[in-house]
Every structure is written in structure tokens, then in C-alpha cells.
Design a protein around this ligand. Structure first.
Ligand code: AR6
Length: 168
């Protein structure tokens, strides 16, 4: 898949234009990848987030990256998995809207974690399918724009789930 690559490990280590944070609607930090990003970025990130007035599920907001190697953090809020049809739409919108916001800010390389697949309980295989669908649709809708996408899997097991979805 052109423009899409995989990285197994910690998203906070990546030197890309933007990393995406799986935040909650307060944007004021939490556990999981959100906690790791805030720890690595330092207090400037939380300070900027305080001025954003939160974020709705499926939407995205951008801040600077502070002490991170990445220039920006794009904060998006995934759905808390419930099994409702809206879960898939919300998760799709997280990826699609994050990419559109990235483009508006002249971002050309972006890394995504598995949004909603931790604390928020979204089944990983279904989430991988939706993420890939949103990313490939966005790339074809924006084919004149150079965007390099890294999908970050926190474990080898998560990486294997993605590869099995792609294989089908
Ligand atoms: N790098 C890459 N991926 C990571 C990292 C990391 N450093 N740490 C965890 N993951 P989660 P959610 C993976 O729970 O489900 C927070 O408290 C993890 O293995 O971070 O969207 C927020 O404030 C999983 O696959 O996010 C919200 O309240 C994926 O990142 C809530 O959790 C997402 O897991 C959001 O829940």
C-alpha cells in the first residue's frame, strides 16, 4: 500500500510532522497513549489543550508538539465502544478528520495509534478495518497531496491483526 507504513512501538518516539492522540473529550489528558504523549511532550501541551474547550467524538484539534520529536499533536476522540452503528462512523471520522486537519496545517507525515482500541474497548480487528478504510478513502480523495501515513501498533500482536485484515 503506497503511502502507508507500519511501526511497532511507542508513537511518542516518532519524528513525523504530526502524531495523533487518542484523547477523551476534555482533552485534558488521561492514561494509555494520551498519558504517554502528555508525559513526553511536557506541561506546555496540557497548557495549550486547556484553551481548546474540549473536542467532540469523531472530531480533531491540533496543538504543537512541545518536547516531542513530532512538530504537532492532533487530538481526536474515538467512540467508547458500545456495539451501536455510530461507533464505526465515529471511528472513521476520527481518521478522516485528523487527516484533513493535518493537510490544512501543511502536514505531510502523520502517525496514528489504534484509536479506541485500548480503554475504549473497540474490537481491534474491526477497528483496523475501519481505520484502513478511512485512510485509503482519504488518500484517494486527496490524491494530489503528498501524505505519508504511519500506522503504529503498540505490540506485535496488534501488528499481526492489521496484516491479517490487509491479507483479506
Ligand atoms: N504508543 C502507541 N500506542 C500506544 C501507546 C504508545 N505509547 N500506549 C498505548 N498505545 P488507549 P482509547 C495503544 O487506551 O482506547 C485515555 O485515558 C494501546 O495499546 O490509549 O482511545 C484517554 O484519555 C491501544 O491499542 O486509547 C481516553 O480517556 C491504543 O493505543 C481513553 O484512554 C489506544 O488505547 C481513550 O481510549
Amino acid at each position: 500500500m503506497k503511502n502507508i507504513e507500519f511501526y511497532v512501538g511507542d508513537i511518542t518516539k516518532l519524528k513525523v510532522d504530526a502524531i495523533v492522540n487518542a484523547a477523551n473529550s476534555s482533552l485534558l489528558g488521561g492514561g494509555g497513549v494520551d498519558g504517554a504523549i502528555h508525559r513526553a511532550a511536557g506541561p506546555g501541551l496540557l497548557n495549550e489543550c486547556r484553551g481548546l474547550n474540549g473536542c467532540r467524538t469523531g472530531e480533531a484539534k491540533i496543538t504543537k508538539g512541545y518536547n516531542l520529536p513530532a512538530k504537532y499533536v492532533i487530538h481526536t476522540v474515538g467512540p467508547i465502544y458500545s456495539g451501536a452503528e455510530s461507533d464505526e462512523t465515529d471511528l472513521y471520522n476520527c481518521y478522516y478528520n485528523s487527516l484533513s486537519l493535518a493537510k490544512e496545517n501543511d502536514v505531510h507525515s502523520i502517525a496514528f495509534p489504534g484509536i479506541s482500541t485500548g480503554v475504549y474497548g473497540y474490537p481491534k480487528e474491526a477497528a483496523a478495518k475501519t481505520a484502513l478504510g478511512a485512510i485509503t478513502t482519504w488518500l484517494s480523495d486527496n490524491s494530489g497531496y503528498d501524505m505519508q501515513i504511519t500506522i503504529v501498533n503498540f505490540s506485535e500482536h496488534d501488528y499481526e491483526i492489521y496484516q491479517s485484515v490487509i491479507g483479506r
